[in-house]
Structures are given as C-alpha cells and as structure tokens.
Write a protein that binds this ligand. Structure first.
Ligand SMILES: [Zn+2]
Length: 92
C-alpha cells in the first residue's frame, strides 16, 4: 500500500522530491528563515539539503532575488559550514 508522500520542488534545481528529503525555507515578510524541522508555521519553499549546487547564490537568485546571497550563506552555514549556529538570516 502506497502511503501518500507530499512532493515538493527544490527552488534551485527544480527537481521534485518527497518533502522529507528537502530543507524547508520559511518565507517571512522581512526575509527568509531556514526551517530544518519543517514545522514552523507560514509559507515555505524547499531546497535540496544534500546538493551544494542548490545552495549557490546563482541558483537561488531566480527564487530569492537580491536576498539570494544571504540565503546562500545561511544554507552553507547550516548544511556545509563548520559551525551551524546562524540559522537566522539578516533582513535585506
Ligand atoms: Zn535542488
């Protein structure tokens, strides 16, 4: 019996994957916030947590525009950085 699995699309590479395999990005009026738990209320977008290509500013620009750089840095910090402390993005 197939269980229903929600499918979401990565905003960087546009690949469709089960929601649980993707990292949620919460869309806030003042910017983005990474939501590794996937449980924060609000509108979300998704990105591959296992593909550094999807964390690059260039790939994120279509989705995040001027904030792509801050989002990229936050993703690298959370997923690929040495200290995972900064999951809050500076506004603007
Ligand atoms: Zn991706």
């Amino acid at each position: 019996m197939a269980k229903h699995v929600p499918i979401r699309m990565c905003v960087a590479c546009r690949k469709r994957r089960p929601k649980g395999e993707l990292l949620r990005i919460l869309l806030m009026p003042e910017g983005f916030r990474l939501d590794p738990t996937g449980k924060l209320p609000g509108r979300g977008a998704y990105v591959c947590p296992d593909n550094p290509e999807c964390w690059t500013e260039k790939k994120l620009r279509r989705f995040a525009g001027a904030r792509a750089r801050a989002l990229s840095e936050a993703l690298v910090t959370l997923l690929g950085g040495t200290d995972g402390q900064n999951t809050h993005l500076p506004a603007g």
